[in-house]
Design a protein around this ligand. Sequence first.
Ligand code: SAM
Ligand code: SF4
Length: 364
Amino acid sequence: MTVIPFFNDEKRYHGCRRSAHGCRPDSRKTIEAMTPQLVDSFGREHTNLRISVTDRCNIRCFYCMPAENVQFMDRKDLLTFEEMERFTRICVGLGVNKVRLTGGEPLVRRDLHKLVAMIAAIDGVHDIGITTNGILLAEQAQQLWDAGLRRINVSLDALDPVKFKEITRREGYEQVIEGIQAAQRVGFDPVKINAVSVRGMTEDEIVPFGKFARETGVELRFIEFMPLDADNAWERDKVLFAHEIIERLSAEIMPLIPIPDQNPHAPATEFVFEDGIGRVGFIASVSQPFCMNCDRFRITADGKIRNCLFSLEETDVRDLLRQNGTDEEIAAAVKACVAAKWEGHQINTARFIQPKRAMYSIGG
Ligand code: SAM
Ligand code: SF4
């Protein structure tokens, strides 16, 4: 493997944990902002790493997992917290400054707060977030906050408990609501709510969600249903498009106004109700792909790097992490994977191929 020399400045952190390299533990504290090195052939810089901590989950959303008999990864195949931390440090050395933990359901991974603390302690990580279904959040919100977590997205597709059960194929609605309340109590502000919008299923949730955002201060994120379901049942006709939701909220609550000067790398386009109360974002991955502004890459719970949610190929780093791979070799693998990123996901073309991994095993 070609090793790209980028460790020539002693003050720069190079992710090294090896005493053989003569690195003092203190050298990890002297990270300086690095020139972004994770740039693909379209000039997109990658500063945003999403780490899937498990593929297990305590519910079974139909747009993500099979209802029964899920083949989960072997526990020995999951990266340890130490491996995730080392990988993150190496990526920070390459310009990553934003990390999100996801899954599967991240809160089912035991002692997740310890991983949060390990990642929050890495100089150069400016932002650490988590995406959770909220079922275990009430019991973990304080621990996560104390560990340094400040951003939280809770996935909830319906405010109607019957609809919730239809979508998730499990109980748990009350626990999610309690989780959202607990997160607000401990200080997460805003708590963001991810709601997947599915035609023929979630239309009646739109207006209640709009009112919920106005009453509780949560920020909504409507996400268009994407072809990443384990059942391979996605069809374009099942996508409830962002513009339809905007029209409905504007007509039935009050007009939504786009928020000016938004971060071009944020996948959500954000709006606020005309009277300034209630924010709503839209991740219109199907109707308005944001691929050309994408700054994300992912590592799966079993240690494969993916440069796109929809990648058909991935790069293994677990073997490097476990078989004495050097930091330089791991960095080179990350750079090569990102450099090879394609232009975009092609959902709207006949060329689109749904990846073999479904969302729960990729890490959404
Ligand atoms: N279990 C956690 C949760 O549900 O928040 C984290 C993992 S989940 C895969 C991450 C996000 O992906 C959730 O907000 C979920 O709603 C979303 N998601 C899953 N499958 C999807 C699909 N097919 N289309 C759009 N969003 C999806
Ligand atoms: Fe579990 Fe999240 Fe997938 Fe729902 S979307 S099945 S909560 S991993």
